[in-house]
Design a protein around this ligand. Structure first.
Ligand SMILES: Cc1ncc(COP(=O)(O)O)c(C=O)c1O
Length: 423
């Protein structure tokens, strides 16, 4: 008798091998995307139409097709408590689980347009990034869908769930000690260095090895540094997608007037992209920044100077921020934050963010990450400032699953002097 499990496994292997071969062939034929991107790639039906025209390879499908068009969720408890209508944009429903999926798609497609990543030769390409985790997760999935490799450098104090996911997705992960941005060991500097200078060494050693073996040298590796902090494809993707989606959902789908948008800043890409778009549609819309303790952005927005009280107590800044929230706050001005039209900033203390996260789970059934909770605290602050009757949108950046060992761990919170609220 044929062993059913063996034959299934053999069939599955054959299918996997056939898919890999088809993908290789498809990529070799790619003539794609002059001026196009994942969202306007042709559908399967349109790509197989004419026999005489040069065939445009159907390049849609997978990760990039699922990014964006996330729903707005009505946050009833916050709305009832303030007399305003408060919505959260459910970015945690993106395929990689966070708002960073948009950035990964935007940056990679932009790099392909500029010839920095080669669709037809994905095996040569490596996407390199320094990230606190979320962007790496999104980039590693986007890279997978294009056949690129991914190399991620991250601080070693981020929730362990993030590095575990990155490794599971096939990315090479380097964890470094937290350091100031002016230090060569800062995760962004380590990533940039890897992308920049080591290429020459790799090329040299590959060419030397090929020469020693009497073989022709292969094509050199192409390392692309995504640079989410300074690469302006980041905020432009939010300007192109997140801003219009919010505008449409509030004004066209629900017939409401949008009064305010509230968001934190990690790179600044979301708040700059969305606020620039919304202010163009209606300059009266107020933009509020939510900032964690230890970040200098709130002072910059409210008083014009990058400053955080924590800096005055230090001679050497060892850790970026004194907060348990992850992925948000900055002590430098990035290209993706600079110029964002922000009206006012709220500093949100960690205990308020922790309390909000537990309240959102209890009252709304929403299990969210630290920055989402912080944004919701600031949305309530904005509602109080504006008064009842206003419509406010904030961003629910990611879910709680990635934060179980830290922000959602009672023991971790206690070790940081915070009280886990009663459930
Ligand atoms: C979970 C999470 N929320 C919010 C942000 C901030 O978004 P942005 O980089 O667009 O300012 C980040 C950035 O890394 C993040 O990881």
């Amino acid at each position: 008798m044929v062993d059913a499990s063996w034959s299934c496994a053999a069939t599955a292997l054959a299918v996997v091998a056939a898919v890999a071969a088809a993908l290789r062939e498809r990529r070799a034929n790619i003539a794609v995307c002059e001026g196009g991107d994942a969202s306007d790639a042709p559908s399967s039906s349109s790509s197989s139409s004419s026999s005489s025209k040069p065939q445009r390879v159907d390049d849609s499908g997978g990760f990039a097709d699922l990014v964006g068009n996330t729903p707005l969720v009505y946050l009833r408890s916050l709305s009832l408590a303030t007399g305003c209508t408060i919505f959260g944009k459910a970015e945690f429903l993106n395929p990689g689980g966070s708002t960073k999926d948009r950035v990964a798609r935007g940056i990679v497609v932009d790099a392909e347009r500029r010839g920095l990543l080669l669709r037809a030769q994905p095996e040569r390409c490596v996407v390199v990034e320094g990230t606190s985790g979320s962007t790496g997760i999104s980039l590693s999935l986007m890279a997978r869908s294009r056949g690129y490799r991914c190399h991620i450098v991250m601080p070693d104090d981020m929730a362990v769930e993030k590095s575990a996911l990155l490794r599971m997705f096939g990315a090479a992960v380097v964890e470094v000690k937290p350091a100031a941005i002016v230090h060569a060991g800062h995760y962004c500097n380590v990533a940039a260095q890897f992308a920049r200078e080591d290429v020459a060494a790799v090329e040299k050693s590959t060419a030397a090895a090929a020469a020693a073996a009497g073989e022709p040298a292969g094509e050199p590796e192409l390392r692309f540094y995504a640079d989410q902090f300074e690469n302006e494809a980041n905020w432009r993707e939010h300007y192109r997608t997140t801003g219009p989606e919010i505008w449409r959902a509030v004004t066209e789908d629900r017939g409401l007037k949008l009064d305010a948008f509230v968001m934190s800043a990690g790179t600044g890409g979301t708040i700059k992209g969305v606020s620039t778009y919304l202010k163009e549609r209606d300059p009266s819309i107020k933009i509020f920044l939510a900032d964690p303790p230890g970040s200098a952005l709130a002072n910059k927005v409210n008083h014009g100077v990058m400053y955080t009280p924590e800096q005055s107590e230090r001679t050497v800044q060892r850790h970026r921020f004194d907060t348990v929230t992850e992925g948000v706050g900055l002590c430098r001005l990035t290209a993706n934050f600079n110029g964002a039209p922000i009206d006012h900033a709220f500093t949100v203390d960690d205990q308020a963010s922790v309390n909000m996260s537990r309240a959102l789970l209890r009252d709304e059934g929403l299990f969210l990450g630290s920055s989402s909770a912080m944004n919701c605290v600031a949305a309530v602050e904005a509602a109080r400032r504006l008064g009842p009757g206003h419509v406010i949108v904030t961003i629910l950046c990611d879910g709680g699953q990635r934060h179980k060992s830290k922000f959602w761990s009672d023991a971790y919170l206690k070790s940081h002097g915070l009280s886990p609220p009663l459930r």
